[in-house]
Design a protein around this ligand. Structure first.
Ligand code: MSP
Length: 517
């Protein structure tokens, strides 16, 4: 049976244009989608926009627009950036779409029918930036200001509908404890468990509709209330599959992809994904996603990126990097600079250095040396390898490690492990060329078979490296593979080393990664 793989990104707010943080999760999701698609898995990749909520209402008012007009304007920035970055999402959900709104109402209806929702009244400190109530103690600790953006907290008191979150937390704790994969990385899982142990209150899930100027999804049981944004937003992962069925043309269209394989998110929104979302699903009697993976945050030259400091790697800067280097180099760098799951620093200097060492002098140089030598010594046709010996062992072992470890690395969302293995293979092969000195052997006709083995080894090694880089650097890896004479998918592994590209006709081409000063 074909394996399914359903990967999602957070749906992004449309009160502002995209920046590096948005592109990071989306690129990571795209790499996974490409990787598993190439292995024949049935992949579904979803991204989209989160369009309701007070932030959007306010941002629209400031611009003299309606929230819908603002959403329609900003969504284009996300959609066009995803195109530019070569993102292969299968669907793009907007929470203002009727297919989503109607299903959220159905979800609420089901929860009301199961007595999972009740009416109460909420009073508390509210962080308008984060759209969440803050506990008294947290509010006090932060001097009644938002811990995130420093703006004063607002005192809210209003009738509200509540979801019985506290009822489900014991079951959630059991689930987290029994499923080591559910919250990743492990450090984040421990954070969630200790926060849960401190106790959780029921969740306010509605707001007075008038406060939102009518923008939002109406509570089906009370037209004076709108659905609180997190319930609305989180449901997108499910509604986009046409679930629950409501009798429209989207019904069950992607039902086979549930439960999701992985929700990729930033660490700031872990609590919502690791607590609210699974409890809601349990209350609905819907299976839980396999994994919620929270990545870290980017800083900019060592400083937190923030609107007030104006040091976000903005959409414009992303475009500049893509022009100076390439889209593929940007995609690669985001995965290369940081261990996925940890925080990382973005600096133009590091990008340059890593680019020159690993791409220009690394895989780029290896490819051009290989293609040139095969051109010169074998008239452009990859020769069959002769017998392999001790000189080849390190290259072969590195190649095998990369190939056999790739799937495991990607199943564990460890992009850096895969990239480390690519670097090891490329370095081992460049060293191998220096040690075996094919340029000397070429002068000695009695060494013809040895020379053939070396060329076949280099061609196979660089082909493997490029094939593994393809989900990360789709355009460039393809250009590289074409230089090796590979037009379709990279040929499968064959039992004998050095056979993989036998007879392939190499084509000298532009350097993949010109050195940057
Ligand atoms: N709309 C919610 C998500 C709802 S999901 C059901 C939201 N939207 S957002 O537009 O603010 O999304 C921001 C995403 O970008 C989050 O995953 C967040 O972690 C990420 N980042 C924002 N700044 C970031 C960095 N400096 N570094 C890395 N990612 C960061 O939250």
């Amino acid at each position: 049976m074909t394996k399914t793989f359903y990967v999602t990104t957070p749906i992004y707010y449309v009160n502002d244009v995209p920046h590096i943080g948005h592109s990071y999760t989306t690129i990571a999701a795209d790499i996974l989608a490409r990787f598993f698609r190439a292995r024949g898995w049935d992949v579904r990749f979803l991204t989209g926009t989160d369009e309701h909520g007070i932030k959007i209402v306010k941002a629209a008012a400031e611009k003299g627009m309606t929230p819908q007009e603002l959403a329609d304007q900003v969504v284009v920035h996300f959609q066009s950036l995803w195109k530019e970055l070569n993102i292969t999402n299968d669907d793009f959900i907007r929470t203002s779409q009727p297919r989503h709104e109607k299903r959220v109402q159905e979800i609420i209806r089901q929860l009301v029918a199961k007595d999972e929702i009740y009416q109460g009244s909420y009073e508390g400190w509210y962080d308008e930036g984060q759209e969440e109530f803050v506990t008294e103690s947290t509010a006090r600790e932060n001097e009644y200001k938002s811990a995130i953006n420093g703006k004063p907290l607002v005192r809210y008191s209003e009738p509200s509908y509540f979801f019985r979150l506290s009822k489900w937390t014991p079951k959630l704790i059991e689930h987290i404890e029994a499923n080591a994969d559910f919250i990743q990385p492990a450090a984040r899982r421990n954070e969630v468990l200790s926060k849960l142990a401190a106790g959780v209150e029921d969740l306010s899930i509605s707001r007075a509709k008038e406060k939102l100027g009518g923008w939002g999804i109406e509570m089906p049981n009370d037209p004076t209330h709108s659905v609180y944004v997190w319930i609305d937003a989180l449901s997108n992962y499910y509604t986009a599959l046409g679930r629950p069925a409501i009798g429209d043309e989207y019904d069950d269209a992607g039902a086979k992809y549930w439960p999701a394989t992985v929700h990729l998110i930033g660490k700031d929104i872990l609590w919502f994904h690791a607590v609210y979302w699974p409890c809601m699903l349990m209350a609905l009697d819907v299976p839980l996603p396999r994994t919620v993976f929270a990545h870290g945050w980017w800083t900019s030259n060592g400083k937190k990126m923030s609107k007030s400091l104006g040091n976000f790697v903005s959409r414009e800067q992303i475009a500049e990097i893509c022009t100076e280097y390439s889209v593929d180099v940007y995609r690669w760098f985001l995965m290369r600079a940081v261990t996925f799951g940890g925080d990382g620093d973005f600096s133009a200097q590091t990008l340059r250095t890593k680019y020159n060492t690993e791409l220009a002098n690394g895989v780029g140089n290896l490819l051009s040396r290989t293609v040139n030598m095969i051109g010169r010594y074998f008239e452009g046709t990859v020769p069959p390898a002769g017998e392999v010996g001790p000189d080849e062992q390190e290259v072969i072992a590195s190649a095998q490690r990369l190939v056999s470890g790739a799937e495991q690395a990607m199943r564990n969302y460890q992009f850096h492990v895969l990239l480390d293995d690519v670097v090891s293979l490329v370095d081992a092969t460049n060293r191998y060329i220096d040690q075996t000195a094919p340029f000397k052997l070429a002068k000695d006709p009695s060494q013809r078979s040895r020379l053939a083995t070396i060329m076949a080894t280099c061609a196979q090694a660089v082909c493997i490296a490029l094939a593994q880089l393809e989900p990360i650097m789709p355009t460039t890896a393809r250009l590289g593979l074409e230089q090796l004479g590979v037009d379709g998918p990279a040929p499968a592994e064959s039992a004998a080393w050095g056979e993989r590209l036998k007879g392939s006709i190499v084509k000298k081409g532009e350097g993949l990664f010109p050195r940057k000063q």
